[in-house]
Design a protein around this ligand. Structure first.
Ligand code: SF4
Ligand code: SF4
Length: 351
C-alpha cells in the first residue's frame, strides 16, 4: 500500500497550467506523523509514501521527520518518492534520498519551460531547472523527468523531450495539460501527434545506435502487449489513498476537498464501507469504450482523470481518448520498426 501526502498547497513557481490555487495550507508535523502511523498499521510489510504539493520541498524538514519517524517500524520496508520542480534540491537532500530508498521525479518541461513555467514575477525558470536536472542525475541517473505539454507549447514537444534526453535524462514521461479548460482542439492534437512521431524517430535512432532512452508513454504501451497485461490498473482509493494537508483522506488527488469522496482522516482511520463503495462505483468501464481494441492499453479506467475531465468516474473525455489513441499508434509503429531492425535487442528491451 502507498499513501500520497500533500505537504503544502504552496509553490515557488506559478506554472501557467497549474491546477493548484496555491493557498497557504501546510500539513502539520502531527498530521504527517499520524499518516505514517496509519500506514504502518493498515499497510503490509512494504509501504510507499509519496510526497506531493504544491511544491513538497517547501516542507523539507517535514520530509526528514517523516522518514526518521518511519524507522520506528523496523519490520516494515518503506519506500519513498516525490515529484518536485527541483528548485530547492541540494546536495544534502540528495544524499538523504540516496541513503533512504527515496526516488525523485523532476517536473521539467525542457525548452517549453520558457513559455509556461514561471516564477510569481513572470520570469521563466528554465536555467534553474537545467541546473537542478544535472544535479539530480548525478545522484539518480534513472530519475524520471515529467514533462507537461499544453496546447500553446505542443509544437515544441519533441524539441523539449529530445533536449532532455540529450541533457542526460534516461526516462521521460509526457503528459498533456489535463485541465478541462486547457483548450485542446483538433489542430493542437494533430500538432502533438506529429511531435510524437519525431520523438519516436529519435528513440528509434538511439536504439539503432545501441543507446537506450525510455520515453515512458511508448514503453508502457509496448510492454502491455509484450507482457499481456493491462497498462494501467486503477484500484481507486485502495492502492494509493491521498492524504490532504489537513489529514483528510480521499481516494485520489482529483477528489481532494470533495466532501462526498472523503473516506476518513489520519486520526480516525479509513471508513472502509465508504472506501469500498467508491471503489465499487469506479469499476464500471466507460460505455464509450465498449469493444474498443485498445481497452487494455488505455488509461480509460483512471477514475481520477475521468472525474477531472468529465465530473464522472466512468466517463472518458474525447481529448483523453484522442491522446491515448495517438500514443498507442506511435508506440506500435516504433515497436514494429525496432523488432524489424533488431529482434533480439527489441525482445531484451521489452522483456
Ligand atoms: S511546479 Fe507544480 S505545483 Fe508548482 S506551479 Fe508548477 S505545476 Fe503548480
Ligand atoms: S482509446 Fe478511447 S475508446 Fe478506446 S478504450 Fe481508450 S478511451 Fe476508450
Amino acid at each position: 500500500m502507498n499513501i500520497s501526502l500533500i505537504l503544502t498547497k504552496q509553490c515557488n513557481l506559478r506554472c501557467r497550467y497549474c491546477f493548484e490555487m496555491h493557498e497557504d495550507h501546510r500539513m502539520t508535523h502531527e498530521t504527517a506523523l499520524a499518516a505514517i502511523d496509519l500506514l504502518a498499521h493498515i499497510g503490509d510489510r512494504q509501504c510507499g509514501v509519496s510526497f506531493f504539493g504544491g511544491e513538497p520541498l517547501l516542507q523539507k524538514e517535514l520530509i526528514y521527520e517523516c522518514v526518521a519517524y518511519a524507522r520506528q517500524f523496523p519490520d516494515i520496508r518503506f519506500r519513498y518518492n516525490m515529484t518536485t520542480n527541483g528548485l530547492l534540491l541540494d546536495e544534502e537532500f540528495l544524499t538523504f534520498a540516496r541513503d533512504n530508498n527515496f526516488l525523485i521525479a523532476l517536473s521539467h518541461d525542457g525548452c517549453m519551460s520558457r513559455v509556461n513555467r514561471v516564477y510569481a514575477d513572470g520570469r521563466n525558470c528554465l536555467a534553474a531547472l537545467d541546473e537542478k536536472l544535472s544535479l539530480l542525475l548525478s545522484y539518480q541517473p534513472h530519475a524520471f523527468v515529467m514533462v507537461t505539454v499544453a496546447p500553446n507549447t505542443a509544437h515544441l514537444a519533441s524539441e523539449s523531450v529530445i533536449g532532455l534526453f540529450r541533457q542526460g535524462a534516461g526516462r521521460v514521461n509526457l503528459a498533456p495539460d489535463e485541465r478541462p479548460c486547457a483548450g485542446w482542439d483538433g489542430d493542437a492534437m494533430e500538432t502533438l501527434s506529429e511531435q510524437l512521431g519525431r520523438i519516436a524517430d529519435y528513440v528509434y535512432s538511439e536504439f539503432l545506435a545501441g543507446r537506450d532512452v525510455f520515453f515512458n508513454n511508448f514503453e508502457e504501451k509496448i510492454v502491455a502487449v509484450v507482457k499481456n497485461r493491462p497498462c494501467h490498473v486503477c484500484r481507486l482509493g485502495k492502492r494509493k489513498p491521498y492524504v490532504d494537508w489537513d489529514g483528510s483522506i480521499y481516494p485520489c488527488i482529483q477528489f481532494g476537498g470533495v466532501a462526498d469522496y472523503r473516506i476518513g482522516d489520519v486520526f480516525q482511520g479509513i471508513d472502509k464501507a465508504r472506501q469500498e463503495e467508491i471503489y465499487a462505483g469506479s469499476l464500471a468501464k466507460p460505455a464509450f469504450c465498449q469493444g474498443c481494441a485498445f481497452e487494455t492499453r488505455c488509461v480509460n479506467d483512471c477514475a481520477c482523470l475521468n472525474y477531472q475531465h468529465c465530473g464522472q468516474m466512468n466517463e472518458v473525455s474525447p481529448m483523453q481518448c484522442a491522446w491515448q489513441r495517438t500514443v498507442i499508434r506511435h508506440a506500435d509503429k516504433l515497436a514494429r520498426r525496432m523488432i524489424e531492425a533488431d529482434p533480439q535487442c527489441a525482445a531484451k528491451r521489452f522483456s
